[in-house]
Design a protein around this ligand. Structure first.
Ligand SMILES: Nc1ncnc2c1ncn2[C@@H]1O[C@H](COP(=O)(O)OP(=O)(O)OP(=O)(O)O)[C@@H](O)[C@H]1O
Ligand SMILES: [Mg+2]
Length: 242
């Protein structure tokens, strides 16, 4: 059984392997432990699948319990989607290794207190918020409140020692060309600056090998691959083809 954390090449930073085939070698072995990572992309680019795979691999390979926070009412639909890849989340929930939560920011301003309780009670180490764009929409029109809420959410997750993936929706495609500097990487245009890392997923491939791509745009404290890398989604989920 692999250890749940690894040291990076400079040997001073604890890393959390995603377990997604081919991905960890792009990011010096894994996400920085306790970091906030934005997975950004247009519709259908694989954000939800990537995030669920991160939780599933964490639980089954690295003994790290997971929490999936969704804004969808239909959590069963989400788990059924995951079953296509043979990820049996209902069974893992029965075993107390993961939790699924629907969050309604407008009805429930106490996400932070709920989060602390759930994370501590269930010994959660990996958190997914799918998507942070919906969270941001609750504070639309009040950029100061949005900034404050995003910072306090990220600080809280970091303090609790959770390694977090936030998915971010963007209209159209994230820029694939490394030299492209324009364009927002989230709906709020803010979380990409707050997050420790930004990973973009693309529906358009980079020619030849695959019709999808992934790019690590930034990752603090990490020597990472910068070019877009071909990616595909198959019966076992996301696969990075480098
Ligand atoms: N079993 C499968 N084999 C191959 N590709 C699949 C499979 N299941 C889903 N996909 C692909 O994954 C896409 C959906 O991925 P996912 O739901 O993770 O995207 P998303 O970025 O979260 O989308 P949205 O922005 O709508 O939430 C589908 O549009 C399809 O192209
Ligand atoms: Mg999705």
């Amino acid at each position: 059984m692999p250890k749940s954390t690894k040291k990076s090449s400079n040997n001073s930073i604890d890393r959390i392997p995603s377990g997604i085939p081919g991905f960890d070698k792009l990011i010096d072995g894994g996400f920085v432990k306790g970091s906030i990572n934005l997975i950004s992309g247009g519709p259908g680019t694989g954000k939800t699948i990537f995030s669920m795979q991160f939780l599933y691999e964490g639980i089954t390979k690295f003994k790290e319990n997971g929490l999936f926070i969704s804004f969808e009412e239909n959590l069963n639909g989400l788990k059924n989607d995951a079953a296509v890849f043979d990820w049996d989340f209902p069974e893992l929930e029965k075993q107390g290794k993961c939790k699924f939560l629907t969050f309604k920011p407008l009805n429930n301003p106490s996400l932070t207190s709920d989060l602390v309780r759930i994370i501590k009670k269930n010994d959660i180490k990996r958190v997914v918020i799918d998507s942070v764009s919906v969270f941001s929409m609750a504070f639309r029109g009040d950029p100061f409140k949005l900034r404050k809420e995003l910072y306090s959410l990220c600080d809280l997750l970091e303090e609790l020692g959770c390694t977090t993936l936030l998915t971010g929706e963007i209209a159209g495609e994230a820029p694939l060309d490394v030299s492209t500097s324009g364009g927002m990487l989230s709906r709020d245009g803010l979380i990409e600056f707050i997050a420790d890392s930004v990973i973009t997923l693309h529906n358009s491939g980079i020619g030849g090998e695959a019709d999808r791509a992934i790019r690590v745009l930034k990752m603090r404290r990490t020597k990472h691959e910068k070019s877009p890398i071909p990616m595909d989604i198959h019966m076992k989920g996301v696969n990075i083809l480098s």
